[in-house]
Design a protein around this ligand. Sequence first.
Ligand code: ZN
Length: 202
Amino acid sequence: MAFSPLLQQLITSLRCLPGVGPKTAQRMALHLLERDRDSARQLAAAMLDAVERVGECSRCRTLSEEPVCEICADESRDHSIICVLESPVDLMVIEQTGGFQGVYFVLKGHLSPIDGVGPDDLGISQLIDRVEQGGVSELILATNPTVEGEATAHYIAAQLNHCDVRISRIAHGVPVGGELEYVDGGTLAHAMAGRRSLRSES
Ligand code: ZN
C-alpha cells in the first residue's frame, strides 16, 4: 500500500531519529495521526522551538538557550575543577549522580582523523586557553573508555604539559569499550571517585 505524499514525508522524516527503522516510523506516524494529534502538534512545536533557540554555552559548549548555561553561571559550584566530556548526554548522566560539584567542558565528539575530526572541531584550544588563564586546579578527563576517547584524553593531557594543573582520568567502573551514556549512576560515581592521574605526580 502506498501512503499519501504527506504521510510518506512524515514517515521519512521520523527515520532521522536514532534506532527508528521503516516499520517503527510507520507505526509512529500512524499513531500520531490516528490517535494523538494534540501530542503531534506539541511535538512539532517543541522540536521547532528547540531547534531554533537551543545553542551552545560559550564556556562549556553544552546545549543551552542562554549564552552561559545554568551550571557555568552557578557560583556555588567549584569552577576550579573541570570535567571534560564527549557529549551533553554524558553531562546529564553525571549531573544525575549528584556527586560532582565542579563544572564541565563538552567536546561534542572525540578525535577521529579518519572522519576528519581534529582538535579545532572539539574546542580543545578553548579548553587550553581556559586552563592557561588560571584558576583551574584539576581537569578530569572523562571521555569514553574507547580507543578514540583514550586518544583524545591523552592528546589534551599532552597539550597541558606546561600548565600546573592536576590531570586525571576516570578509571575503573566504566566497562572497557563502553559509552558513558549507558552506564548506571552508581558505577559512574565509582568511576569518578577512582579517577587516576595521567601524569607522573612529582
Ligand atoms: Zn556551560
